[in-house]
Structure formats: C-alpha cells, structure tokens
Design a protein around this ligand. Structure first.
Ligand SMILES: C[S@@+](CC[C@H](N)C(=O)[O-])C[C@H]1O[C@@H](n2cnc3c(N)ncnc32)[C@H](O)[C@@H]1O
Length: 227
C-alpha cells in the first residue's frame, strides 16, 4: 500500500489513533526530536544537514528546524502526494523534499532521522535501505530510527485504530540494530520512549530512568558510522 491515498487524511488518521494517548502528533514529534538533539550534543557531533527518511507530510520538519538551526533539512519519501503537501507546508532555502531516486547526493548528511517508516517497508528491503544510508552519510554520521515497540500493547492498540497502519509489520529494535551493525554502523544504543499517557503525565519525569526497559510505546535505535 502506498501513502499517496492517505496523504490528505494522514494527520487526521494519526490524531484519531492517538486520542487515548492524550497528546497529538505535534507533541510526539517534538519529544522525539528533542531526544535526538540530546544524543547529538552528548556525542559532540556537528549537524549541518539532516535527512528525514520517510518524512511523509513533513510533521517533524518544524521541530528539526528548531533543534538544528541553520541546518539544511532534506525530507525524502516515496509518496509523491505526501511530498507535495510537505512542500506546500514548508518553504525556504533550508528545506527541500525529494523521492529517494531524485536525491542522489553522497556523503553530505550528518544525521538521518526516521520515525514510523520501517514497519511500512517490506522486511526483505530493510537491509538495502540501511545500506543506502551509508552512501548518504558523511563519516561519523548518525542514524536515529524511531519505530513502534512490538512489545507495547498501547502501541499495537493505537496502530489497530489507524487505517494507514493496516499493512504494517512491526519491527523489533534488535532486528534494526543487527541490520545496522551488519552494514558497518556502530550501534550506540536502544532506548524506549512514551510510557505514560497524558493523564499520567506527572509520572513522565521517571521515563528517562526507565528508558532501557521495553515499556515505552516506541523505541529509538541510535547508530553511527565510523569517523
Ligand atoms: C507512518 S508514515 C510516517 C511519516 C513521518 N515519518 C511521520 O512520522 O509523520 C510512513 C512514511 O514512510 C514512507 N515510506 C514507506 N516506505 C518508504 C521507503 N521505502 N522510502 C521512503 N519512504 C517510505 C511512506 O510513504 C510514509 O510517508
């Protein structure tokens, strides 16, 4: 299934699915990008160009722009309709959108950011996809992959309510870490996010100390090319 047919209603479908969580897509996008910014700071890595792989309609773009001011943001997606919406939403010399085939740059990207994409890619294509990241990144470049935790019942429940997730095949963080490692990336860590819904937000301060346990609705695999 392609995302072209969902592009116009993507946000509404996502918002409906997330209703029980109590926070909207914007809040989740901001938290993810904030976590990645923290990792980049801890690694002492300079980011001048961010590629969002599977950017969809561009929901993470404003947060990537804020977190990495002055950087070039490149959104890549196979859905032309989604890219058209993203282009209409975000303009400026710092942001551009491409299909994977039309973005041919090599070794220019400092950070590849991904959310909710691998569970839409057929498993037999995962390795090729990760291999393509090698070509895009400069030495030392970082990949941050967020996806939905197969062990999380809330994540499964949210996905069951979302039309565009009908064909999804959940991917374990162990699998992604192994594939990244097979392609020469050093896996810097796996952490879990989004344990508590908004109604229990007073508990969120403890989430950081639970990040190594598979309780969160999403995980993030952080990996890096040798410098
Ligand atoms: C669930 S949406 C997530 C969109 C965005 N990352 C977000 O969090 O709002 C999944 C996106 O991955 C894109 N996608 C699926 N397979 C892809 C591939 N092989 N290469 C690039 N994008 C892909 C889809 O077109 C869709 O826009």
């Amino acid at each position: 299934m392609g995302f072209d047919e969902h592009a116009l209603v993507y946000d509404q479908q996502l918002r409906n699915g997330l209703q029980l969580a109590g926070d909207g897509p914007e809040w989740f996008a901001e938290q993810r990008v904030r976590a990645v910014r923290g990792h980049i700071d801890r690694l002492g890595w300079t980011v001048r160009c961010v590629l969002e792989f599977g950017c969809g309609v561009g929901n993470h773009v404003p947060y990537l722009r804020n977190a990495f001011p002055g950087s070039r943001i490149v959104g890549v997606d196979i859905s032309q309709q989604s890219l058209d919406i993203a282009r209409a939403r975000y303009q400026g010399s710092d942001v551009q959108f491409h299909t994977p085939d039309s973005f041919t740059a090599t070794g220019e990207i400092d950070l590849i950011y991904i959310n909710g994409v691998f569970h839409h890619i057929p498993p037999q294509e995962h390795a090729d996809c990760i291999r393509s990241f090698r070509r895009l990144l400069r030495p030392g470049g970082v990949v941050a992959v967020f996806d939905n935790n197969p062990l999380s019942l809330p994540a499964r429940w949210v996905m069951s309510r979302i039309e565009f997730d009908r064909d999804a095949i959940m991917v374990s963080p162990r699998r992604l870490a192994r594939l990244l490692s097979n392609e020469g990336f050093g896996v810097a860590g796996v952490e879990y996010h989004f344990i508590f819904p908004r109604m229990l937000s007073f508990l969120r301060p403890v989430e950081t100390s639970l990040a190594s346990l598979p309780f969160g609705a999403q995980y993030c695999v952080l990996a890096r090319l040798p410098g």
